[in-house]
Design a protein around this ligand. Structure first.
Ligand SMILES: Nc1nc2c(c(=O)[nH]1)N[C@H]1C(S)=C(S)[C@@H](COP(=O)(O)O)O[C@H]1N2
Ligand SMILES: [Mo]
Length: 524
């Protein structure tokens, strides 16, 4: 035993303990995550990756206002920010484990056990619990423990050499670095292979192989006048890659059409089961429908329009025979997300569809490949289930869907809304004629009028573009004789029921934002 005094002189500088601890901890975490990825890959389940499992649990259990905040602040990057946050917390935790392990190994292993517990709890907290989902975490932690053992065994002598790191110190340093490089290489390789395995290249190939049927009831080409051709104005048709994406899925489900099936059951007379081929053999139609997210702020961009290819959902439900009292269509996606749609809305004659293509292309994976629901007039969270595989007829009184459980409205028709696209906020303009233009939507009621006013003056009627039907948004334009000064432009829409968009401001939660969009500009 060393005396206290000699212990003190031999104690390595704190900086070295932190550095060695950090490297040990981070490499341990890398080894654990790599092994977990590989296991998830061998299971063929991207959802089983521990980072995703924990992320999913955070998404499911964070309060609605927090999620709303994340969407408002980070927009479509909310998931990237969340994953980055999880990785950052993980890294800090790893450094702490490594640091502790160099002094007291037991504390290091206990830290790993905590890590495993978080992963297991998160896996079981998921909506569709799969026992196998805990396997990657367990394998990861075992491999992590082995890495920690290996690395700390080589790091501790480096600490002991203290200030007199002579020849022996150099040897020991080399052994530590060799072990570290080995662990890093193994972590990288296993992680890479795991990612590759879940990459879904098979699903990618099967998506490219889908041959879209020619519609039995095709639509005429879009009327010429749907686009007013004003620079900066949102195009009538949203290109697929620019279509907003909102969902709770941290990894996009990649379901191949061969594996896809749909079950219609619950309160029906004749349950139905369909595969992809059978679905495509039904009567296929084209549909122009604008979709909107309930989280869209006034003036926001969580709205898009496309020409869908799909089959009638109402027809399918009629075949199944909906029983009296079944007022809710509860649909579920492959990743367990649920959505509650009013049965009467789907059956009222509107084009509620099971869609499999948008803009002449099979649905992109992000937008629900191979099949999703679309119902004109309802916000996405109560109508637009992506990767849908299960439709259960039930009662609102008996079951609640994902967002309804989290404080959002059970029923949510899209509110009549209008947006100014040009000029942009705080744009500097020259006096003279200025094109003020934007889009307005009131799906399944139709936009009847759009009005604009400047500095709270008289309302002026905007000119409206053509539309194919009442389920899409509508472009509008108003020519303004701009005079010098700072001005505020405001817009409001009136739908075909005669209802004029309210000026009353409401936040997206619980049933959609309201209020007039306004833009300030400087004319000089
Ligand atoms: N499986 C699944 N489907 C889903 C969601 C989801 O989280 N998971 N989100 C819904 C919401 S809130 C909206 S607004 C639309 C968005 O569809 P998009 O991403 O194709 O634009 O999908 C709906 N369908
Ligand atoms: Mo949404």
């Amino acid at each position: 035993m060393m005396t206290t005094a000699s212990n003190r002189t031999d104690r390595p500088p704190r900086g070295r303990r932190i550095a060695l601890g950090a490297v040990t901890g981070l490499l341990t975490a890398a080894a654990a995550l790599g092994a977990a990825e590989l296991t998830a890959g061998l299971l063929g389940s991207p959802q089983a990756s521990p980072v995703v499992v924990v992320g999913d649990a955070v998404v499911d259990y964070s309060p609605a206002p927090l999620k709303e905040f994340a969407i408002a602040v980070f927009g479509i990057y909310d998931k990237v920010v969340l994953l980055a946050g999880i990785v950052a917390v993980l890294a800090l935790f790893a450094v702490a484990i490594g640091y502790a392990a160099l002094r007291r190994p037991a504390v290091g292993y206990a830290g790993l056990a905590v890590f495993a517990a978080v992963g297991v709890v998160a896996a079981f907290a998921r909506r569709n619990v799969e026992p196998l989902a805990v396997l990657p975490v367990l394998v990861g932690v075992l491999v992590g423990a082995a890495a920690l053992y290996l690395l700390s065994a080589r790091a501790v002598p480096l600490l002991r050499t203290g200030s007199q790191a002579g020849q022996g110190g150099g040897m020991e340093r080399r052994r530590f670095m060799l072990a570290g490089a080995g662990v890093l290489a193994l972590a990288g390789a296993s992680g890479g292979i795991g990612r590759f395995l879940v990459g879904g290249s098979a699903a990618g190939a099967s998506r490219s192989a889908v041959r879209l049927p020619t519609p039995d009831s095709p639509l005429p080409p879009l009327p010429k006048g749907v686009d007013l051709d004003v620079p900066g104005l949102t195009p009538f048709t949203t290109p697929n890659r620019e279509f907003y994406r909102i969902d709770t899925a941290l990894t996009v489900p990649r379901v191949s059409p061969q594996d896809w099936g749909l079950r219609v059951h619950g309160l029906v007379d004749r349950p139905v089961e369909l595969d992809f081929e059978t679905l495509l053999r039904r009567s296929v139609g084209e549909y122009d429908i604008t979709m909107t997210c309930v989280s869209n702020q006034v003036g926001g961009e969580l709205v898009g329009n496309t020409r869908w290819l799909g089959v009638s959902l109402a027809e399918l439900l009629r075949e199944a025979g909906v029983q009296g009292g079944a007022d809710q269509i509860l649909s579920t996606s492959t990743d367990g997300w649920t959505c509650g749609t009013p049965t009467d809305v789907v059956m009222d004659g509107r084009d509620a569809i099971l869609a499999f293509a948008m803009n002449g292309e099979p649905l992109p994976f992000e937008h629900g490949f191979p099949v999703r629901m679309v119902v004109p007039g309802l916000y996405g969270y109560v109508s637009a289930t992506k990767w849908v595989t299960d439709i259960k007829l039930t009662r609102f009184a008996d079951e609640q869907a994902y967002w309804a459980q989290r404080g959002w409205a059970v029923k949510a028709p899209i509110k009549t809304m209008s947006r100014i696209d040009v000029p942009g906020p705080l744009e500097r303009l020259e006096p003279g004629t200025i094109a003020v233009a934007g889009v307005a939507w009131a799906q399944h009621r139709g936009v009847e009028a759009v009005e604009v006013r400047v500095d709270e003056g008289e309302w002026s009627r905007a000119e409206l573009a053509e539309v194919p039907d009442i389920d899409t948004w509508r472009q509008w334009i108003w020519e303004w004789e701009a005079t010098e000064g700072r001005h505020t432009l405001e817009v409001r829409a009136t739908d075909a029921t005669g209802y004029t968009q309210t000026s009353e401001r409401a936040e997206p939660i619980p049933d959609g934002a309201s209020g007039w969009h306004s833009v300030q500009v400087i004319v000089e």
